[in-house]
Design a binder for this molecule. Structure first.
Ligand SMILES: C[S@@+](CC[C@H](N)C(=O)[O-])C[C@H]1O[C@@H](n2cnc3c(N)ncnc32)[C@H](O)[C@@H]1O
Length: 199
């Protein structure tokens, strides 16, 4: 089961095959097209923080949050080494009170590369995620998500997402601009979903 303990252990052992120093192609393309309108950026489930650091280098205020204390330690360490001032917080995106207390404000761009799809789908975790996301965005904010689709048989790893679920949870507030079945992440098997907040 993919829960907080799983993430802590993975980062403790440094077994994090999902980590990359490169931004995904879709995010590079997005930034190229929207570079003038994006002034603030949040990465949900930022892991060791490479996207946050890469985007800060473009002159955009960048923040990362992650449920794993070990991941945030690694991210802070990395930022110390390269002397950049980005902010990393240990927080659970499904915990609205915890997120509110951070007082992060609203972001022009929010990404999720592999966090949402690992949340349980049989309780209200995913709805709680959306509640926090709404508090961190405003009309005009972009939200980009990379997720594995739901597999019929998946004994290990993230639960994944279904398009119908994305529509149900997000479309009251977000226009779904783009859904690509394959992306540059997860060996090409992750979906890429681009959304714009309209309400
Ligand atoms: C597959 S990893 C991807 C990490 C990073 N985005 C990357 O691409 O390297 C998923 C991340 O989501 C984080 N995560 C899982 N559940 C979370 C939650 N409820 N709140 C915040 N972060 C969470 C995990 O700790 C982990 O770092």
């Amino acid at each position: 089961m993919v829960n907080k303990n799983f993430w802590e252990l993975a980062y403790f052992l440094r077994i994090t095959p999902w980590s990359s120093d490169e931004l995904p192609i879709e995010l590079k393309d997005f930034l190229e097209k929207n570079k003038n309108s994006i002034k603030s950026y949040l990465d949900i489930g930022c892991g060791t923080g490479s996207a946050v650091v890469n985007i800060l280098k473009l002159g955009i205020k960048s923040v990362g949050i992650d449920i794993s204390i070990n991941a945030i330690k690694l991210a802070k360490d990395r930022y110390k080494k390269i002397k950049l001032s980005c902010q990393f917080y240990n927080a659970d995106i499904t915990n609205f009170d915890q997120i509110s207390k951070l007082n992060l404000g609203k972001f022009d761009l929010v990404t999720d590369m592999g966090c949402f799809h690992s949340l349980p789908d049989k309780d209200d975790s995913r709805q709680k995620y959306v509640n926090s996301l709404l508090s961190l965005t405003k009309v005009g904010s972009y939200y980009l998500q990379w997720s594995f689709p739901k597999f019929r048989i998946r004994p290990i790893g993230p639960i994944g997402v279904e398009k119908i679920e994305i529509e149900r949870l997000f479309s009251n507030y977000f226009d779904i601009i783009k859904i690509k079945n394959r992306s540059s992440l997860g060996f090409g098997r992750m979906m890429y979903i681009e959304m714009l907040r309209v309400k």
